[in-house]
Write a protein that binds this ligand. Structure first.
Ligand code: HEC
Length: 102
């Protein structure tokens, strides 16, 4: 009897897991790229790059939008911004806002 419920549960598992995995991978891939300049912890090692750890999430999101649209001009950040979806920007902004400031 208890095995009767297994196939639908497995089907649900396989339907949901790839979507979650994809989302996580995209966010992680982006964070690896950001880390090259902003540091893995959101604290930049180079004086020309701002620290973004612990910054307000809305501010971070707004800057990413502004870079992507060209409203805030910057070559590298425009490139980064144009490779992010709106959801990526929100997820990344939340992520850096959650990191401790130094
Ligand atoms: C090639 C280096 C480089 C990479 C990669 C990079 N950034 Fe930046 N980022 C910068 C620089 C330099 C600035 C400062 C721009 C300016 O002077 O206006 C900046 C600015 C920002 C700002 C604005 C901060 C503020 O205080 O106004 C945010 C937010 C940001 N980056 C987020 C990201 C995120 C998220 C990623 C990864 C998806 C990323 N950056 C990848 C170099 C980089």
């Amino acid at each position: 009897m208890r095995f009767l419920n297994l196939p639908p549960l497995l089907a649900l598992y396989f339907a949901v897991t790839p979507a979650l995995a994809l989302d996580k991978t995209q966010k992680d891939d982006l964070i690896v790229q950001c880390a090259a300049c902003h540091g893995a912890d959101g604290i930049a090692r180079d004086a020309e790059t701002p620290d973004i750890a612990g910054q307000h999430d809305v501010y971070l999101y707004n800057q990413l939008k502004a870079f992507a649209s060209g409203k805030r001009p910057h070559k590298e950040m425009r490139f980064m911004g144009r490779h992010m979806t709106d959801g990526d920007m929100r997820a990344i902004a939340d992520y850096y806002a959650s990191l401790p400031k130094q």
